[in-house]
Ligand binder design. Structure first.
Ligand code: CO8
Length: 258
């Protein structure tokens, strides 16, 4: 399918999705979010894709929800229209791993979109922030909830109340991003990391993603039980037999996702 606001490429079993509204620093409007939800759903269903990388431009991952599109809306418009709910829910339904590769600004809805992915790799020039307070509103798709779980209450309050930006080094120190890489190397590094994930058993990859995400939704005791049962269930797969045999035979495993 052809898109106007995103670019999708598939390379070595990794789907690279680029947000592409350079004139607005990739601000998230309705069309972009609908296209993104569609592209992610298609990548999830495509047997040739085993991992997904979501990125923007060097200057901006996304500078937030599109303020021009939102400015004239009323409470009834956003409440009855359930602004941004459908695309956000679609992203959360994707079962393959999604890596956010963030260069430049990831602000407001842009920071929230990155946090909706499974993990974030940041370029050295990345800047994260929840500046909605400067517009007389607050975050609406996770900036007060997910950010707090990533960086703790103190920093989340600071960012949501002052609207200040966090640079890549602080984001890594705070646990918001998993790695920081040189800006020019962001895409090759993200693609290489995605390629590593693509080599694994996709059965185990899905189980790992599900189990980590469950830790956000449940008590430790229930989460541990869920993890243990998924671990037990993987002993029903050929990939478990192959993975352990390959280790013992000192060779690379040949996973078949079975
Ligand atoms: N929306 C629309 N257009 C934008 C946005 C945006 N969020 N950000 C930048 N642009 C546009 C600018 O208007 C400008 O366009 P034009 O040339 O036509 O005037 C172009 O992008 C370039 O921007 P700047 O000239 O401002 O570039 P600078 O390098 O000077 O500044 C900044 C870059 C600091 C990123 C600056 O553009 C900025 O502060 N942008 C706004 C950041 C912001 O406030 N983001 C939060 C938006 S609100 C939000 O995300 C809410 C999400 C939750 C919704 C939940 C619903 C349930």
């Amino acid at each position: 399918m052809a898109y106007d606001c995103i670019i999708v490429e598939i390379e070595d079993e990794v789907a690279l999705i680029r947000l592409n509204r350079p004139e607005a620093l990739n601000a998230l409007n309705k069309q972009l979010l609908e296209e993104l939800a569609q592209a992610l759903t298609e990548a999830d269903q495509n047997d040739k894709v085993r991992c997904i990388v979501l990125t923007g431009s060097e200057k901006a991952f996304a500078a937030g929800a599109d303020i021009k599109e939102m400015a004239e809306k009323s409470f009834v418009d956003v409440f009855v229209g359930d602004l941004f709910t459908a695309p956000t829910e679609a992203i959360l339904r994707v079962r393959k791993p999604i890596i956010a590769a963030v260069s430049g600004y990831a602000l407001g809805g842009g920071c929230e979109l990155a946090m909706t992915c499974d993990f974030i790799i940041a370029a050295e020039n990345a800047k994260f922030g929840q500046p909605e307070i400067n517009l007389g509103v607050i975050a609406g798709i996770g900036g007060t909830q997910r950010l707090t779980r990533f960086v703790g209450k103190s920093k989340a309050m600071d960012m949501n109340l002052t609207g200040r930006f966090m640079d890549a080094a602080e984001a890594e120190r705070s646990g918001l991003v998993s790695r920081v890489v040189p800006t020019a190397k962001l895409i090759p590094e993200a693609m290489a990391i995605a390629g590593k994930i693509a080599e694994k058993s996709q059965v185990a990859v899905r189980a790992a993603k599900e189990a980590v995400n469950r830790s956000y939704e449940t008590t430790l005791r229930e989460g541990l039980l869920y993890e243990r049962r998924l671990f037990h269930s993987l002993f029903a797969t050929e990939d478990q037999t192959e993975g352990m045999a390959a280790f013992l035979e000192k060779r690379e495993p040949q996973f078949r996702d079975k």
